[in-house]
Design a protein around this ligand. Structure first.
Ligand code: PAP
Length: 342
């Protein structure tokens, strides 16, 4: 498609989105409007990207996608997957030493079909070599048809909702602080949208009015897909990766068709990857300390504590009880469960 056709396509899309926005349910998430589209909440700014992704993207059989709800460990999985897939490629320097993991595995709705980029993105996805490593926060039901019908693979990472919530809280207030401190107008806006407390945030979460939530619909959608099509969708849990990264890494390598050989195992290749991608190593890298992703998100904000059970420091007993009750209700009969402590 040439540039004129792309522009025309964008104008048509813009009109469609403007009309659609009028009819969608709206809510507020920390000062910005979110819309309920196809059963999930989506930021007003991102809806055009989501629709462009759904209607313009064509999956290749060799594609590997990382899917997740925000703040469940996709940055970690991106670094691990990139390392698995590229472990035999000859590089003068490991790309993870000079790129943030988010720059090595493009987010489809944010980077590829988004408008703001802080780093070079592929002009055409077709230019990326196979296997293309891509990511998305879309629920399974809303993925483009070509992902569902092709032989591509989807790695889903899930995390317990309490730690996910805490992680999202710190990430979101980090963005708000950065955004509001920019100039006077933004300070004025902050009068109307004060930084939420953890309690306010928790309530918003119980109502599930958060981008890409409802949480349990998202998780269960991929969980069911992984049971129905285990060769296509692999369901990985953050807590399991923390507990036994070697086991999970082998499983992932097998799933993407690049299992570790006995020689690699004996040479310590798995341990090397785990060490390189650990939160401690990632935090120490200069490339992950400074700069922003998509002109807004600080690179260092993707690496906070990286623990299981941080929620115990943030919620009151009634809040914990409420969330546990919700978890029991929503997960009942699915066969899915989450570990809440290490
Ligand atoms: P995203 O949805 O914006 O891509 P994502 O990477 O999924 O964010 O989640 C960030 C969480 O993963 C952070 O959790 P925390 O706030 O509870 O600490 C982040 O610290 C954690 N994380 C990032 N890299 C790693 C890693 N190498 N090991 C373990 N956890 C990690």
């Amino acid at each position: 498609m040439n540039q004129n056709q792309t522009q025309e396509q964008n104008i048509v899309l813009q009109k469609q989105v403007q009309n659609l926005k009028k009819s969608l349910p709206k809510a507020n998430f920390i000062g910005s409007t979110i819309l309920k589209y196809q059963g999930f909440w989506c930021s007003e700014q991102q809806i055009k990207n989501v629709i462009a992704f759904q209607t313009q993207f064509h999956a290749r059989d060799s594609d590997i996608f990382i899917a997740s709800i925000p703040k469940t460990g996709s940055t970690w999985l991106k670094s691990l997957l990139f390392s698995i897939v590229n472990r035999t490629t000859k590089h003068t320097q490991n790309p993870l030493l000079v790129n943030h993991p988010q720059e090595l595995v493009y987010s489809l709705e944010t980077d590829v079909y988004g408008n703001a980029f802080a780093y070079p993105r592929p002009h055409h996805l077709d230019e990326l070599p196979s296997p293309r490593l891509l990511s998305t926060h879309l629920p399974y039901a809303s993925l483009p048809e070509s992902i569902k019908v092709s032989n591509c693979r989807v790695l889903y990472i899930a995390r317990n909702p309490l730690d996910t919530l805490v992680s999202l809280y710190y990430f979101s207030i980090g963005v708000m602080n950065k955004y509001f401190s920019k100039d006077l107008i933004k300070r004025f806006i902050s009068m109307f949208y004060p930084i939420p407390s953890m309690d306010d945030f928790f309530e918003a979460c119980c109502e599930e009015k958060i981008p890409f939530w409802p949480f349990f619909d998202h998780v269960i959608g991929y969980w069911k897909a992984s049971l129905e099509e285990p060769n296509k969708v692999l369901f990985v849990k953050y807590e399991d990766m923390k507990e036994d990264a070697t086991y999970e890494l082998k499983k992932i390598a097998q799933f993407v068709g690049m299992p570790f050989t006995t020689q690699e195992e004996n040479e310590g290749v798995i341990e090397e990857i785990i060490e390189m991608c650990s939160i401690k190593s990632m935090k120490q890298l200069e490339v992950n300390k400074n700069g922003v992703i998509n002109e807004l998100f600080e690179k260092k904000s993707y690496f906070r504590k990286g623990e299981v059970g941080d929620w115990t420091h943030h919620f009151t007993p009634p809040m914990i009880e409420k969330m546990k009750k919700l978890m029991d209700e929503k997960l009942q009969g699915t066969g899915l469960s989450f570990k809440l402590s290490p």
